[in-house]
Design a protein. Structure first.
Length: 195
């Protein structure tokens, strides 16, 4: 059984796949406690892989619909049984992870969102993944100092910098103008008021 917080059909609001139809599977629980976390991932209901897949495919079986495993930290629970069940219609399975844990087989798109270690100033939480499709960082005072580290230690095709809860967009723009290897990611779902 997996502890599932919610399953919902929307558009991917952030990062490379912004604007794509996506079914989100939010798995409960996280191994970090970020101060800016705005996700309520605590409550959950137990579901089998088959039940999760059925709920996802009730939303969409179109091959262009993305399936996004998110959390919390989805790698705490995601495994090959789940990715096998979710591949039934050939859709792309993406995961949004903090990068602190290894990933199961069967993930097609990896977004790593590394975090600062809030217990030690200037230190990053350990990232065990050295390769991702995209790196997406929420800009805070703590993460800004760590951006060069993540840029050089996590090999990715795309590097995105995102305002923190839509608040510090000016700081993100200023950083990207000085460091054009990063690109802007906005939480577009918040601007258009969708989930
Ligand atoms: S890693 Fe993500 S889900 Fe976990 S506490 Fe931090 S922001 Fe929240």
């Amino acid at each position: 059984m997996y502890r599932v917080n919610e399953i919902f059909f929307s558009l991917q609001g952030e990062g490379y796949h912004t604007g794509r139809a996506a079914v989100f599977v939010r798995l409960a629980g996280c191994n970090l406690r970020c101060p800016f976390c705005d996700t309520d991932f605590t409550h959950s209901e137990p579901m089998t892989a088959r039940q999760i897949a059925d709920a996802v495919f009730a939303c969409s079986t179109h091959p262009d619909t993305l399936i996004v495993l998110t959390g919390g930290e989805p790698s705490l629970q995601a495994d090959k049984e789940l990715t096998d069940a979710l591949h039934r219609h050939g859709q792309t399975i993406a995961i949004e992870t903090n990068g602190t844990r290894p990933l199961p087989d069967g993930i097609d798109w990896v977004t790593v969102s590394p975090k600062a270690d809030d217990t030690v100033a200037g230190k990053a939480t350990e990232v065990v993944l050295d390769r991702a499709d995209e790196v997406k960082v929420v800009l805070t005072e703590a993460t800004e100092k760590l951006l060069p580290v993540w840029r050089s230690t996590i090999l990715a095709d795309h590097y995105y910098l995102q305002p923190c809860s839509c608040r510090n967009t000016d700081a993100v723009v200023t950083y990207i103008k000085a460091h054009p290897e990063w690109r802007l990611s906005l939480q577009t779902h918040k601007y258009i008021h969708i989930q």
